[in-house]
Design a protein around this ligand. Structure first.
Ligand code: SAM
Length: 198
Protein backbone atom coordinates (compact mmCIF):
# COMPACT_ATOMS: atom_id res chain seq x y z
CA UNK A 1 0.00 0.00 0.00
CA UNK A 2 2.81 2.44 0.87
CA UNK A 3 3.93 3.57 -2.61
CA UNK A 4 0.35 4.57 -3.53
CA UNK A 5 -0.28 6.31 -0.21
CA UNK A 6 3.12 7.96 -0.40
CA UNK A 7 2.45 9.40 -3.87
CA UNK A 8 -0.81 10.91 -2.59
CA UNK A 9 0.94 12.47 0.42
CA UNK A 10 3.77 13.75 -1.77
CA UNK A 11 1.35 15.37 -4.21
CA UNK A 12 -0.35 17.13 -1.25
CA UNK A 13 2.82 18.75 0.07
CA UNK A 14 5.04 16.05 1.58
CA UNK A 15 7.55 16.48 -1.26
CA UNK A 16 8.33 19.98 -0.03
CA UNK A 17 8.90 18.65 3.50
CA UNK A 18 11.22 15.99 2.07
CA UNK A 19 13.27 18.66 0.26
CA UNK A 20 13.56 20.75 3.41
CA UNK A 21 14.54 17.68 5.43
CA UNK A 22 17.47 16.93 3.12
CA UNK A 23 18.62 20.47 2.24
CA UNK A 24 22.25 21.18 3.10
CA UNK A 25 23.29 17.57 3.67
CA UNK A 26 26.83 16.71 2.60
CA UNK A 27 29.27 13.81 2.61
CA UNK A 28 28.20 10.26 3.48
CA UNK A 29 24.57 9.74 4.48
CA UNK A 30 22.72 6.71 5.79
CA UNK A 31 18.94 6.66 5.25
CA UNK A 32 16.99 4.29 7.47
CA UNK A 33 13.82 2.64 6.08
CA UNK A 34 13.94 4.24 2.64
CA UNK A 35 10.67 2.68 1.44
CA UNK A 36 10.36 3.01 -2.34
CA UNK A 37 13.11 5.63 -2.42
CA UNK A 38 10.97 8.77 -2.43
CA UNK A 39 13.75 10.85 -0.88
CA UNK A 40 16.49 9.92 -3.33
CA UNK A 41 15.56 12.54 -5.93
CA UNK A 42 15.94 15.29 -3.34
CA UNK A 43 19.48 14.75 -2.05
CA UNK A 44 21.65 17.78 -2.83
CA UNK A 45 24.81 17.40 -4.97
CA UNK A 46 27.00 17.98 -1.88
CA UNK A 47 26.11 14.42 -0.80
CA UNK A 48 28.86 12.01 -1.87
CA UNK A 49 26.96 8.79 -1.26
CA UNK A 50 23.74 7.57 0.36
CA UNK A 51 23.54 4.11 1.90
CA UNK A 52 19.81 3.40 2.14
CA UNK A 53 18.51 0.47 4.18
CA UNK A 54 15.09 -1.02 3.48
CA UNK A 55 14.18 -4.45 4.91
CA UNK A 56 10.92 -4.98 2.99
CA UNK A 57 11.76 -6.75 -0.31
CA UNK A 58 9.12 -5.17 -2.63
CA UNK A 59 9.87 -1.67 -1.39
CA UNK A 60 13.59 -2.41 -1.64
CA UNK A 61 13.23 -3.35 -5.33
CA UNK A 62 11.40 -0.07 -5.99
CA UNK A 63 14.09 1.78 -4.02
CA UNK A 64 16.77 0.18 -6.21
CA UNK A 65 14.95 1.52 -9.30
CA UNK A 66 14.75 4.98 -7.72
CA UNK A 67 18.45 4.76 -6.84
CA UNK A 68 19.31 4.24 -10.51
CA UNK A 69 17.53 7.54 -11.35
CA UNK A 70 18.90 9.52 -8.37
CA UNK A 71 21.08 12.60 -8.86
CA UNK A 72 23.61 11.31 -6.30
CA UNK A 73 25.15 7.87 -5.72
CA UNK A 74 22.71 5.66 -3.75
CA UNK A 75 23.29 2.08 -2.62
CA UNK A 76 20.29 0.13 -1.31
CA UNK A 77 20.77 -2.52 1.39
CA UNK A 78 18.35 -5.00 2.95
CA UNK A 79 19.58 -4.27 6.47
CA UNK A 80 17.34 -2.86 9.17
CA UNK A 81 17.45 -0.11 11.76
CA UNK A 82 18.61 -2.38 14.58
CA UNK A 83 21.87 -3.31 12.84
CA UNK A 84 23.05 -0.71 10.36
CA UNK A 85 25.64 -1.83 7.80
CA UNK A 86 28.20 0.87 8.62
CA UNK A 87 31.25 1.01 10.87
CA UNK A 88 31.39 3.05 14.08
CA UNK A 89 31.71 6.77 13.25
CA UNK A 90 31.37 5.97 9.54
CA UNK A 91 28.83 8.53 8.26
CA UNK A 92 28.18 12.26 8.44
CA UNK A 93 24.38 12.10 8.77
CA UNK A 94 21.55 9.65 9.34
CA UNK A 95 18.09 10.33 7.88
CA UNK A 96 14.86 9.04 9.45
CA UNK A 97 11.77 9.88 7.39
CA UNK A 98 8.38 8.50 8.46
CA UNK A 99 10.10 5.43 9.89
CA UNK A 100 10.54 5.86 13.67
CA UNK A 101 6.78 5.29 14.01
CA UNK A 102 7.34 1.79 12.65
CA UNK A 103 10.69 0.39 13.82
CA UNK A 104 10.09 -2.25 16.51
CA UNK A 105 12.70 -0.72 18.86
CA UNK A 106 12.94 3.07 18.54
CA UNK A 107 15.62 3.42 21.25
CA UNK A 108 17.73 0.70 19.60
CA UNK A 109 17.39 2.40 16.18
CA UNK A 110 18.53 5.75 17.56
CA UNK A 111 21.42 4.10 19.45
CA UNK A 112 22.54 2.53 16.14
CA UNK A 113 22.38 5.94 14.48
CA UNK A 114 24.61 7.32 17.24
CA UNK A 115 27.06 4.48 16.76
CA UNK A 116 27.51 5.06 13.01
CA UNK A 117 27.67 8.86 13.20
CA UNK A 118 30.99 10.66 13.19
CA UNK A 119 31.61 12.99 16.16
CA UNK A 120 29.50 16.07 15.52
CA UNK A 121 27.37 14.13 13.05
CA UNK A 122 23.65 14.78 12.84
CA UNK A 123 20.37 13.06 12.33
CA UNK A 124 17.64 14.56 10.18
CA UNK A 125 14.13 13.45 11.07
CA UNK A 126 10.65 13.97 9.63
CA UNK A 127 8.17 11.94 11.62
CA UNK A 128 4.56 11.86 12.75
CA UNK A 129 3.85 11.16 16.39
CA UNK A 130 2.19 12.05 19.66
CA UNK A 131 -0.67 14.54 19.57
CA UNK A 132 -0.85 17.70 21.68
CA UNK A 133 -3.96 16.93 23.70
CA UNK A 134 -4.75 14.24 26.26
CA UNK A 135 -7.93 13.28 24.39
CA UNK A 136 -6.18 12.66 21.09
CA UNK A 137 -3.31 10.82 22.79
CA UNK A 138 -5.89 8.48 24.37
CA UNK A 139 -7.28 7.78 20.89
CA UNK A 140 -3.75 7.26 19.50
CA UNK A 141 -2.94 4.78 22.29
CA UNK A 142 -6.16 2.89 21.66
CA UNK A 143 -5.36 2.70 17.93
CA UNK A 144 -1.79 1.53 18.68
CA UNK A 145 -3.03 -1.20 21.02
CA UNK A 146 -5.52 -2.58 18.51
CA UNK A 147 -6.07 -2.13 14.78
CA UNK A 148 -3.51 0.36 13.56
CA UNK A 149 -0.13 -1.44 13.66
CA UNK A 150 -1.43 -4.60 11.92
CA UNK A 151 -3.24 -2.50 9.30
CA UNK A 152 -0.32 -0.16 8.61
CA UNK A 153 2.82 -2.26 8.50
CA UNK A 154 3.70 -1.78 12.19
CA UNK A 155 3.11 1.99 12.30
CA UNK A 156 2.28 3.55 15.70
CA UNK A 157 0.56 6.90 16.11
CA UNK A 158 1.40 7.83 19.70
CA UNK A 159 5.19 7.69 19.83
CA UNK A 160 6.90 10.79 21.20
CA UNK A 161 9.65 10.93 18.59
CA UNK A 162 11.31 14.14 19.80
CA UNK A 163 11.56 12.81 23.37
CA UNK A 164 13.10 9.59 22.04
CA UNK A 165 15.71 11.56 20.07
CA UNK A 166 16.70 13.48 23.20
CA UNK A 167 16.70 10.32 25.33
CA UNK A 168 19.13 8.75 22.84
CA UNK A 169 21.76 11.42 23.59
CA UNK A 170 21.13 13.91 20.82
CA UNK A 171 20.79 17.66 21.19
CA UNK A 172 17.96 19.08 19.09
CA UNK A 173 19.37 21.90 16.95
CA UNK A 174 16.31 22.70 14.95
CA UNK A 175 12.70 21.61 15.31
CA UNK A 176 9.49 22.44 13.54
CA UNK A 177 6.19 20.96 14.64
CA UNK A 178 3.21 21.13 12.30
CA UNK A 179 0.05 19.32 11.31
CA UNK A 180 0.14 17.52 7.99
CA UNK A 181 -2.44 17.63 6.59
CA UNK A 182 -3.38 20.85 8.39
CA UNK A 183 -6.09 19.27 10.56
CA UNK A 184 -5.89 17.57 13.97
CA UNK A 185 -6.06 13.79 13.53
CA UNK A 186 -4.18 10.93 15.25
CA UNK A 187 -1.81 10.89 12.21
CA UNK A 188 -1.28 14.56 11.54
CA UNK A 189 1.16 15.66 14.27
CA UNK A 190 4.51 15.94 12.52
CA UNK A 191 7.96 16.99 13.69
CA UNK A 192 10.83 17.81 11.38
CA UNK A 193 14.25 18.54 12.78
CA UNK A 194 17.97 18.20 13.10
CA UNK A 195 19.82 16.80 16.11
CA UNK A 196 23.52 16.41 16.87
CA UNK A 197 25.32 13.76 18.89
CA UNK A 198 25.87 15.13 22.43
C1 SAM B 1 5.92 4.77 6.10
S1 SAM B 1 7.24 3.99 5.29
C2 SAM B 1 8.32 5.34 4.94
C3 SAM B 1 9.27 5.08 3.83
C4 SAM B 1 10.23 6.22 3.45
N1 SAM B 1 11.12 6.54 4.53
C5 SAM B 1 9.50 7.44 2.98
O1 SAM B 1 9.68 8.50 3.56
O2 SAM B 1 8.75 7.34 1.99
C6 SAM B 1 8.06 3.15 6.65
C7 SAM B 1 9.27 2.37 6.22
O3 SAM B 1 9.97 1.86 7.34
C8 SAM B 1 10.48 0.61 6.99
N2 SAM B 1 10.85 -0.17 8.19
C9 SAM B 1 10.03 -0.84 9.03
N3 SAM B 1 10.74 -1.44 10.00
C10 SAM B 1 12.04 -1.13 9.77
C11 SAM B 1 13.25 -1.45 10.42
N4 SAM B 1 13.28 -2.20 11.52
N5 SAM B 1 14.39 -0.98 9.90
C12 SAM B 1 14.39 -0.20 8.79
N6 SAM B 1 13.26 0.15 8.15
C13 SAM B 1 12.10 -0.31 8.62
C14 SAM B 1 9.36 -0.02 6.20
O4 SAM B 1 9.76 -1.14 5.46
C15 SAM B 1 8.95 1.17 5.34
O5 SAM B 1 9.72 1.25 4.18
Amino acid sequence: MWPKMRRTLDSRGMTEHRRTLLAGLAGHVLEVGAGDGANFAHYPPTVIRVLAVEPEPKLRNLAAEAAARAPVSVEVSGASAGKLPAPDAGVDSVVFCLVLCTVPDIDGALAEARRVLKPGGQIRFLEHGRADSAGLVRIQRALDATVWPPLAGGCHTSRDIVAAVERAGFTIDDLRRYNFPPVRTPWSFHARGTATVR
